[in-house]
Design a protein around this ligand. Structure first.
Ligand code: PSU
Ligand code: MN
Length: 303
């Protein structure tokens, strides 16, 4: 990919075959409000570093695809909520127009794959939205998971989505969904969804072996590592479900659609929970960065 710049620390780690974890930037620019988002961005990088892996936060800055950002650049993304939210279809536009953009799971995966990064941590992937049979709103994240060979560590799909339909879609696309130390699909803010995960693995080493085997078998595509939110940070399922219902209803009334929908729902949920959803979101994202770093290290040791 032209116009891609890999930070020195990341490039060095990659050339030496050391563990690198990709991090996305939409969660910074559009997932959390300022200044909480800056704290999140720093905390995720710190989790990865603490485990001895190198973090690579991915974004587009002034038309350049960037893999690994400086502290000042993280700050810039956190402060400027006017930056584009870029999924894969926005990358050519943002880079030719010299724009800055936060990358979603899909755009981050594509860039990570081009850079040679195999492991990626986020909060929750996008998926099939509730009411998608009418709105057709299915996140680009799912298509990219189908054909981009990066493992995505997340706390399940976001609870604002239709989780059963999201799971069906991932099955159709041949994407492994692996419960980490759980038989139940985690539902982002809470640990339970009453949906079974199709696969379960209990150690980072076992996940790394599966990633490597997928390559050996020439099976292209990504996988979802579903890591439940820590118990201490989880929100009560019936409490958060009620709030999500209301947020969805409000958004429908106001006619919010397209890529504005997910950020609008997250911010409505934040207001309705008095900020509790942000605490939960931060805790789960950190937990994912931590697990991703451990998987990346095991994977680096295998290769
Ligand atoms: N997870 C979070 N916060 C977020 C997102 C995920 O905890 O803001 C973002 C991711 O970047 C994901 C995107 O790719 O939401 C999905 O957007 P959409 O539903 O428009 O496809
Ligand atoms: Mn959408």
């Amino acid at each position: 990919m032209n116009r891609m710049q890999i930070d020195d620390s990341v490039a060095e780690a990659l050339s030496e075959g050391r563990a690198v974890v990709a991090l996305e930037s939409t969660i910074i620019a559009h997932g959390f409000p300022y200044p909480r988002n800056l704290e999140v961005a720093r905390a995720l990088e710190a989790e990865v570093r603490q485990e001895g892996a190198i973090p690579a936060t991915i974004a587009v800055l002034d038309g350049i695809i960037r893999v690994g950002l400086t502290e000042d650049e993280l700050k810039r993304l956190a402060e400027d909520s006017s930056v584009l939210k870029a999924s894969t279809r926005d990358l050519a536009y943002a880079t030719t127009q010299g724009l800055s953009a936060a990358t979603t799971v899909s755009a981050t995966m594509v860039i990570a794959e081009r850079a040679g990064i195999f492991t990626f941590a986020t909060g929750g992937i996008g998926g099939v939205h509730r009411g998608a049979n009418e709105t057709f709103d299915i996140s680009r994240d799912l298509e990219t998971l189908a054909d981009t060979s990066v493992a995505v560590v997340c706390a399940g799909a976001k609870a604002i989505l239709d989780l059963p339909l999201t799971m069906e879609y991932l099955e159709t696309k041949g994407v492994e969904v692996i419960g980490y130390q759980t038989d139940e699909l985690p539902a982002f803010y809470s640990r339970e969804s009453r949906l079974a995960v199709p696969l379960r693995l209990d150690t980072p080493a076992a996940i790394a072996r599966l990633m490597q085997q997928k390559r050996n078998l020439h099976l292209p595509g990504g996988m979802v590592i579903a890591n439940p939110i820590p118990r201490s940070a989880a929100l009560d399922k019936s409490y958060i479900d009620g709030i999500i219902e209301k947020a969805l209803e409000d958004a429908r009334h106001r006619g919010v659609q397209g890529k504005a929908l997910t950020p609008a729902l997250l911010s409505a949920i934040e207001k309705k929970t008095g900020g509790k959803s942000l605490e939960a979101n931060l805790a789960l994202a950190r937990n994912n960065a931590y697990l991703a770093a451990r998987i990346a290290k095991e994977h680096a040791a295998l290769r």
